[in-house]
Design a protein around this ligand. Structure first.
Ligand code: 5RP
Length: 226
């Protein structure tokens, strides 16, 4: 089975968790897109709260009814992908630059389900560079403060994310610094240190947020709990 097939079966399994009448958080990325497609195919009367403009566009194309986070009191279930799933369902997210809206939607949700292909399940977080969302104003200064924090954790300085068109700007108008590490020994300590920096809006460590994971494997979908 290819990684994309594994993503597809995890997204399809998650779509089965949705019931009519629910408010559903719609994650971002290729795995979440499989979930959105499978959910739309069920034709249920639900409202989707998208975590990015890209997901909103996809959901609209599929005819889904959307609501903004501002318009709902709570979200029944959010389904989203991840870049890494580590011990206790600790996660690295933000590879698709949507981490801030994703975390806001996750934190407003009664239940959060992470979906992924098998390669995302790791023994320790850190192989995937940790995305950190930073306000644009003065970001080179914030970047230097992040480099100081990285040094305290024996990590190399984070790098400003760029793409073909230049510096990547998030849906919220911020930039992303990626902190490559290899191994994050103490995710909670790193999360706390990053949040203490003025200019850091948030980071891609999602700790104690996922209620379950549905991992697509060659043997089918495996459910994990923290
Ligand atoms: C976007 C995310 C994505 O969920 C994460 O990057 C996984 O993406 P994919 O499902 O395409 O592998 O956090 O900000």
């Amino acid at each position: 089975m290819t990684a994309d097939d594994q993503k597809r079966i995890s997204g399809e399994a998650a779509a089965q968790l949705v019931e009519a009448g629910m408010v559903v958080g719609l994650g971002t990325g290729s795995t979440a897109a499989w979930f959105v497609k499978a959910l739309a195919a069920r034709g249920l009367d639900i409202r989707g709260v998208p975590t990015s403009e890209a997901t909103a566009n996809l959901a609209r194309e599929l005819g889904m009814t959307l609501a903004s986070l501002d318009d709902v009191k709570s979200i029944d279930l959010t389904v989203d992908g991840a870049d890494e799933i580590g011990p206790g369902l600790s996660l690295i997210k933000g590879g698709g630059a949507a981490l801030l809206r994703e975390k806001l939607v996750w934190e407003a949700s009664a239940r959060c389900v992470v979906i992924a292909d098998a390669a995302k399940h790791v023994k320790t977080l850190g192989r995937f560079p940790l995305p950190i969302e930073v306000v644009r104003f003065g970001h080179p200064h914030t970047g230097r403060r992040l480099a100081d924090i990285a040094a305290e954790f024996d990590l190399p300085p984070p790098r400003l994310r760029t793409a073909d068109r230049g510096v990547v700007v998030t849906d919220g108008g911020n930039v992303i610094y990626d902190m490559a590490s290899g191994v994050i020994e103490d995710p909670a300590a790193l999360a706390g240190a990053l949040k203490s920096v003025t200019g850091v809006v948030d980071h891609g460590l999602f700790l104690d947020l996922a209620d379950e994971a549905l991992i697509g494997t060659d043997d089918g979908v495996v459910k994990l709990v923290p």
